[in-house]
Design a binder for this molecule. Sequence first.
Ligand code: ZN
Length: 344
Amino acid sequence: MNDRITLRRLDDMHCHFRAGSLLKEVLPFTAQYAGRGIAMPNTRPRAILTGKDVVWYQDEIRRALDEMPHRHSFEPLMTIEIRDNTTPQMIAEAYHAGAVAGKVYPLGVTTNSDEGLRNFESESIAETFRAMRDVGMLLLIHGELDRERTLVTKREEVFLPTLLMLAEKFPNMKIVLEHVSTRVAVESVRQLGQNVAATITAHHLCLTLNDVVGYGIQPHHGCMPMPKDFDDRDTLIVAATSGEPKFFLGSDTAPHPREKKECAKGACGVYTAPVLPQVLAEVFEKTGKLDRLEDFSSRFGAEFYGLPLNDGSISLIKSEWVVTEQIGGVVPFRAGAKLQWQLS
Ligand SMILES: [Zn+2]
């Protein structure tokens, strides 16, 4: 039996690094094992919408990296939020400032999506998407729609016709359906062209809706999209461990202070950064596919983004440990639980 694995440094293609003091708390975890991380733009109070915002946020992250006691070769990959009023000019400026992708949050479906996109079919947004395609920026999508009489568990499925429309209308734009959570969405991504891929989180590989609301309400498992049925989770595990290059790691690690989770109307998001490679190793080992983990965590994402593979590697050793209950005021995924793998 393997008791040690070595992986190329990870690419975490979906991270919420936040800003200010929380950024300094959470960034060291990802920087420890990842070579790159996609910095999601829905920060507050300042959202990342323009080239100037990109420069500001990249500086924030670099300063936080410089302040770390251990130097890591970590590079943040920058993004901007695409809203109804994002123009081709703003795309050009963001691209020149270093943004590699634009992120779309449909209105009202998740944390800080209060000014999300209302209309995917307007001519003005088509112009913006064409500008992204022309410079080679990826379109990252939170693929859920909140319609009247649509249950939270059906929002991803309801979004899929929009994904199909975008994939057909922009065959030369790379599109990532973020944190895919249902069988039907995995199948859609498989059937669409090579321009469409999906990220998968560690927590969606572990949780079902039962783990959120089935045994008392578990606020630290609450996230968007909600974890779903067993069959959906099994499909995600197969997709992640199958060696299909369309499915790669995007953890959606989303730290919220404990009091923002444990309250009425608790925030959505699971803080996986402190345990990410360890949890992934457990999932892949359970399915007998540990040898596929590196492709999922460190190769397919880079290839889809058109980036060289990371240099350097990390090692995990098989040795039981207990996850800390709280880190910097935030409760991490699997807090208090035993994990089988740890970073060496
Ligand atoms: Zn996210």
